[in-house]
Structure formats: C-alpha cells, structure tokens
Design a protein around this ligand. Structure first.
Ligand SMILES: CC(C)(COP(=O)(O)OP(=O)(O)OC[C@H]1O[C@@H](n2cnc3c(N)ncnc32)[C@H](O)[C@@H]1OP(=O)(O)O)[C@@H](O)C(=O)NCCC(=O)NCCS
Length: 124
C-alpha cells in the first residue's frame, strides 16, 4: 500500500555552483557509499544533482520535508542493473518507522539542465 509520493526537480547548474563554492556539500549530504557511487560515475554532475533531488522527493513522500533528519540519513544507491535503491538510516529510518513507512521506491531522470526524482513511500 502506498503511504505517499514526492517529486523534486533541481537545476543542475545550481548544484554545480554549490559544490564549486563548498566542496564539503558532498560529504555533508551524501554518505561514503554515495560518494563512491559518484566516483564510479566519474563525478557526473547530473547524477549528483539527481541524488539531491531524490532526497528531497523522498522527504516529500514522507510528508515531512527535511525535518527531524538530515539528507545524509537517506542513502540513494543502485542495484546491479542500475536501478536506484533507497536505504533509510539514522533519524530518517526512525521517522519512517514512526509513521509506518517500510520502504521507498525511487525513479530518477535528467536532461542537460535539470534532474528530477520521483519517490513512492510504501507502507510497512
Ligand atoms: C518540503 C521541501 C522538501 C520542499 O523543497 P523545495 O526544494 O524547497 O521546494 P519545491 O519547489 O521542490 O517544493 C515545494 C512544494 O513542496 C510541497 N511541500 C511542502 N511541504 C511539504 C511536505 N511536508 N511534504 C510534502 N510536500 C511538501 C508543496 O506543495 C510545495 O509547493 P507549494 O509551496 O506551492 O505548495 C523543503 O522545503 C523542506 O524540507 N522543508 C521543511 C524543512 C524546512 O523548512 N527547512 C528550511 C531550512 S531549515
């Protein structure tokens, strides 16, 4: 059963500016495993931008926004076929459990200028 859904779109150029001005953006908001994924993908800015959009989309699917947890508590990785897989850790996991969410389905897309993510939270 679906608990909620969320979508987020980001301008890729804006994420590039943020990273250029503050390289710690990557380690503050993305886990070690996510940073390794970015390295595997040659630090493609559209992948990073979509990773950011994904976390905001997931927070909307929770119905909370980024509240009570940090972006780094939501991990977006890939399965062996390249499909995005969501792992909830720390306070994001606690939030999900407290409102009855068991898992999150996620889809990502990007063009030259924009990255978009759509999340569906599934009831436990
Ligand atoms: C909700 C949130 C993820 C929105 O992301 P954003 O990139 O700022 O804005 P977007 O344009 O992508 O999305 C805005 C839409 O999100 C929706 N939205 C707002 N709160 C929401 C919530 N709790 N759950 C789901 N959707 C929400 C609204 O429809 C809003 O559009 P509207 O203002 O026209 O109604 C973000 O604002 C957030 O996490 N807020 C809560 C925490 C907070 O206030 N932080 C401020 C800094 S500490």
């Amino acid at each position: 059963m679906i608990y909620g859904n969320g979508v987020d779109i980001v301008e890729i150029r804006r994420i590039k500016e943020i990273i250029d001005n503050n390289p710690r953006f990557l380690t503050r908001n993305f886990s070690i495993r996510e940073n390794l994924l970015f390295q595997e993908k040659q630090m493609r800015i559209e992948t990073i931008a979509a990773g950011f959009a994904a976390k905001e989309a997931i927070s909307k699917a929770f119905g909370t926004g980024i509240r009570g947890f940090n972006l780094i508590d939501i991990e977006v990785l890939r399965n062996e076929l390249g499909k995005p897989i969501v792992y909830l850790n720390g306070k994001a996991k606690e939030t999900a459990e407290s409102i009855g969410i068991g898992s999150v389905e996620l889809s990502i897309s990007h063009s030259d200028d924009y990255a978009i993510a759509f999340a569906i939270a599934i009831v436990k």
